[in-house]
Design a protein around this ligand. Structure first.
Ligand code: GLU
Length: 390
């Protein structure tokens, strides 16, 4: 028997990726699967972004690059953080990583050590606790409920803090619930973070996907004291339909970014050089603005349709998500737990969804509506049929 390192025995494989792969496999086998599993926009990457990468390839941008990223991209990201998020960063505060996931796991390796506690509000994106454990730290999970729109309150945060607390993970708009914290709520959390001199990592990967005019507030923009304690994690996958490109970034104080760069210099080195030129076009080309608007309009319509269909099924309920492209649905009235529900739904009706247990809430399931309207209608017909036959 292989004696694996203990660090790997403490973690479980990513269920979002596993179910998404299973649904893709079933489709490839010719089955008519409705996929609500994957947090992956169904749009193709915009042409101007592809063109920029192709032209970089033609120009020979095919060699090793700087570990922290091409200077043009780091500068473009810093400009974006200044303009869109009121964060006073320069290129030296930014490192380009192999996707948003990589930026967070790099951060955990650079900041967290054995004994450190990291506070994570649940339901959470399933990779956060595993990354903390891989770094040797202890995830401290704080449960939130639909009654508070799945938002952690300042009192809950305060109660979870111990002398070992090092970092708080904030994710707004949230995966899996779609909740978006407003300015007052973020200000209240920032006060607690400053009071206890913690770090906060703000995962802002869904910041461009917002509904009904709500605003994205970047916690570091609220003042100098919180800015000093803030690290931003984001990437291009969700906003620009670039999931397979694997380009993310981390922004924060320069010594921390340097430390992350040292780690990256011994692990992945630079992100694919010519791909980074596509990311520059995503941030800088005027063609991105109409694309973003079109994407938001499409998601907004899909959200409206899926919510109407969910609310017509008495056994289901969910808060209205204000961002991202997920609905987090309470299925407890069906009498099934989230794994039973998702397993049986896939077997009987070929509908792929993610059990809430993966995000630490076994009463709920997550549906991603990053899929076309016909599939949403068809998938919801099947979910209704499945529940009617229970
Ligand atoms: N973040 C996406 C999701 O939650 C992609 C899969 C993953 O990396 O977890 O579905």
């Amino acid at each position: 028997m292989i004696q694996l390192a203990s660090r790997v025995t403490q973690i479980t494989p990513s269920l979002t990726l596993a179910i998404t792969a299973r649904a893709k496999e079933m489709k490839a086998e010719g089955m008519d699967v409705c996929g609500f599993a994957s947090g992956e926009p169904d749009f193709d990457t915009p042409q101007h972004i592809k063109d920029a990468a192709e032209s970089a390839l033609d120009q020979g941008k095919t060699k090793y690059g700087a570990v922290a990223g091409e200077s043009g991209l780091r500068e473009a990201i810093a400009r974006k953080l200044n303009n869109d998020n009121q964060l006073n960063y320069s290129a030296d505060n930014v490192i380009v990583t192999n996707g948003g996931k990589h930026s967070l796991s790099n951060l955990m390796l650079a900041l967290i050590e054995s004994g450190d506690e990291v506070i994570i509000p649940a339901p959470y994106w399933l990779s956060y606790p595993e990354m903390v454990k891989l770094a040797g730290g202890t995830p401290i999970i704080v449960k939130t409920t639909a009654e508070t729109d799945y938002k952690i309150t300042p009192e809950q945060l305060r109660q979870a803090i111990t002398p070992k607390t090092k970092l708080f993970v904030l994710n707004s708009p949230s995966n899996p619930t779609g909740t978006v914290y407003n300015r007052a709520e973020i200000e209240a959390l920032a006060e607690v973070i400053i009071e206890h001199d913690l770090w906060v990592v703000s995962d802002e990967i869904y910041e461009k996907i917002l509904y009904d005019g709500v605003e994205h507030i970047s916690i570091g923009s609220l003042g100098e004291e919180i800015f000093k304690r803030t690290i931003i994690s984001s990437g291009f996958a969700k906003s620009y339909s670039m999931t397979g490109w694997r380009i993310g970034y981390l922004a924060g104080p320069e010594p921390l970014i340097k430390a992350v760069s040292t780690i990256q210099s011994h692990s992945t080195s630079n992100v694919c050089t010519f791909a980074q030129y596509g990311a520059i076009a995503a941030l800088e080309s005027p063609e991105s603005l109409p694309y973003l608007q079109k994407m938001r309009d499409a998601f907004s319509k899909r959200r409206q349709v899926i919510l109407e269909r969910i609310r017509a099924i008495p056994q289901l309920s969910c808060p209205t998500p204000m961002g991202a492209f997920y609905v987090f649905i309470d299925i407890s009235k069906t009498g099934l737990n989230s794994r039973e529900f998702c397993d049986q739904l896939l077997d009987k009706e070929q509908v792929a969804a993610i059990p809430g247990a993966a995000f630490d809430d076994d009463h709920c399931i997550r549906l991603s509506y990053a899929t076309d309207l016909d599939s949403i209608e068809k998938g919801m017909d099947r979910i209704k049929k499945f529940i009617d036959q229970l």
